[in-house]
Design a binder for this molecule. Structure first.
Ligand SMILES: [Zn+2]
Length: 130
């Protein structure tokens, strides 16, 4: 994959990358000739795609992960909360709930779970340390 500057047909150079954050990767490029800048923002699916293509970003390839195809397919799915998980989440103090919800959903999505059960919550908690 290569980005070309529209004005000078020059290959854009990598500037910096951020993320993956919530599955999204932000990659900045600049044109060495005219200084034109472009930001590439990937969604979680595209991040997986970039990974599976082994595209080198900033000189290092994004680490490949096992079961990429399956994960990619599932990563785009909506994560559902079971009733038990939902009522357990409601016991989390209100101020911390959005953070807990977001972290657990992200954890579940990254692992390709479609459903959040109390067991997934335990796993997430053990892994994320909250
Ligand atoms: Zn240019």
């Amino acid at each position: 994959m290569k980005l070309l500057c529209g004005a000078c047909d020059e290959a854009m150079k990598f500037t910096q990358a951020e993320g993956p954050r919530e599955g999204s990767l932000s990659v900045l490029f600049h044109c060495p000739r005219c200084g034109h800048r472009v930001a590439l923002l990937t969604n979680p699916w595209e991040t997986q795609l970039v990974r599976s293509l082994g595209v080198a970003i900033g000189g290092r390839a994004v680490a490949p992960e096992p079961l990429e195809l399956i994960r990619t397919t599932l990563a785009t799915g909506v994560v559902l909360w079971t009733e038990e998980a939902q009522s357990r989440l409601e016991r989390v103090p209100e101020i911390a709930r959005p953070l807990a919800r977001g972290s657990i959903e992200r954890y579940a999505r990254e692992r390709g779970y479609r459903e959040i059960t109390p067991q997934v919550m335990d796993e997430a908690r053990a892994r994320l340390g909250f």
